[in-house]
Write a protein that binds this ligand. Structure first.
Ligand code: NI
Length: 394
């Protein structure tokens, strides 16, 4: 009896041990699967699976700024993330840029050395953030250096990763976000003292290629201009409009579809004006201060409906017609006088080429470039809504 009992007890204990073993085995398998999933062993190759983020802003990416305004003008903007190690690296990067710039400028002493750094953010999947930094160094000697630098990180691990993963087969960024920092004024108006004034204006854009090329040139030359954009086009290229606005250029309205407003019903005219104002406000954060009716076509109904001053022009090289760089250059430089407003179009490479020649030529003749707003303010003009202004002579 004793023997039987012992065997039974032994057997019961054996079963209990087997059960425990099975349980812990299952637990181990479960933990293994869970860990593998968490560590992305089961995910497809992440480098090939870049996801697109539609929104204009990227969640959890903030902005920090180093702003100094003394002997040098410094406005360095850099991102912050949810990872403290990444933030430390980014802060170090920004501080290094500032310190290096100060060191290289130190020998030349004083002057108007300027350093501007803005950034764009690219996102891939949940964890990967790439930052593209656009550097502009304007040295006291007068030399200007533009440069692009890139850094990207795995937010989960804090590691730096290769940035090139953020471009597709056409070398286009997977997603772009340009923060609109209040202080990012890469184009700053020069002193107008003892200078002749001129406002270059660009109609009908933005254009995906030529407006960007023009913005590069204007940034390099430190020339602020005014863009009279079409609402319909701004809708398609909000990044370009935002870039122009945050670079210190003025964004004004050229209506939505470029229709002759004098031929429209009151409600159609309202749409052309209001829809464009809303789009510009959505992109830049502010309603346009000026409107240029297409073709300069203005009647009493247009004046009444405008709600802003109407800006036309005093110099028109008909760049859209000739598409001839030399002709555009000659017409503008021959006809521009103190206070002129020049009509151009950022829709043509020939116009952009002409601008690269017009800028140094007009400067050598004692002109300084301003936005229309800056021109009117410099000349103390009081503008009325519905009033027509074609120039601002002294
Ligand atoms: Ni036009």
């Amino acid at each position: 009896m004793q023997q039987v009992f012992k065997i039974a007890r032994h057997r019961w204990r054996f079963l209990w041990e087997m059960m425990l073993l099975a349980l812990s085995g299952m637990t181990l398998v479960y933990i293994g699967v869970f860990a593998a999933y968490e560590l992305h062993f089961f995910e497809p190759n992440k480098d090939l699976q870049l996801s697109m983020v539609e929104s204009q802003t990227i969640e959890n990416v903030g902005i920090e700024s180093i702003i100094e305004w003394g002997q040098m003008m410094i406005a360095v903007h850099y991102p912050t993330t949810t990872n403290p190690a990444v933030n430390q690296r980014l802060r170090q990067y920004a501080n290094d840029l500032v310190n290096q710039f100060k060191q290289t400028e130190a020998p030349s002493g004083h002057g108007h050395a300027e350093l501007y750094v803005s950034f764009r953010t690219y996102k891939s999947g949940e964890d990967i953030l790439g930052f593209q930094f656009d550097l502009i160094e304007r040295h006291a000697s007068g030399s200007v250096k533009n440069e692009t630098q890139k850094l990207s990180f795995n937010l989960r691990t804090g590691d730096e990763v290769a940035f090139d993963n953020y471009f597709d087969e056409n070398n286009q960024p997977i997603v772009a976000q340009t923060p609109n920092p209040e202080h990012a004024r890469v184009v700053t108006p020069e002193s107008t003292e003892n200078k002749k004034l001129v406002a270059l204006t660009f109609d009908d854009g933005p254009h995906p290629e030529w407006t960007n090329t023009l913005l590069d040139i204007l940034q390099r030359e430190n020339v602020p201009v005014t863009f009279f954009v079409l609402g319909s086009r701004a809708n398609h290229y909000p990044d370009i409009v935002q870039r122009a606005a945050s670079s210190g250029h003025q964004i004004a309205s050229h209506t939505f579809n470029h229709k002759n407003l004098t031929k429209l019903s009151p409600s159609d005219m309202r749409y052309e004006i209001d829809e464009t104002a809303n789009i510009i406000e959505r992109i830049t954060g502010g309603k346009p201060a000026f409107m240029r009716p297409p073709y300069g076509a203005i009647d009493q109904a247009v004046k009444d409906a405008a709600g802003t001053p109407l800006i036309t022009w005093s110099v028109d090289p008909e760049d859209w017609k000739s598409r001839n760089t030399e002709q555009i250059f000659t017409h503008v430089t021959d006809h521009t006088t103190d206070g002129s407003i020049v009509l151009l179009h950022d829709m043509y490479g020939t116009t952009v080429d002409a601008v690269t020649k017009i800028i140094p030529e007009m400067r050598s003749r004692g002109f300084v470039f301003l936005t229309v707003r800056q021109l009117m303010d410099a000349r103390g003009r009081q503008l009325e809504n519905g009033g027509i202004y074609r120039q601002a002579a002294p």
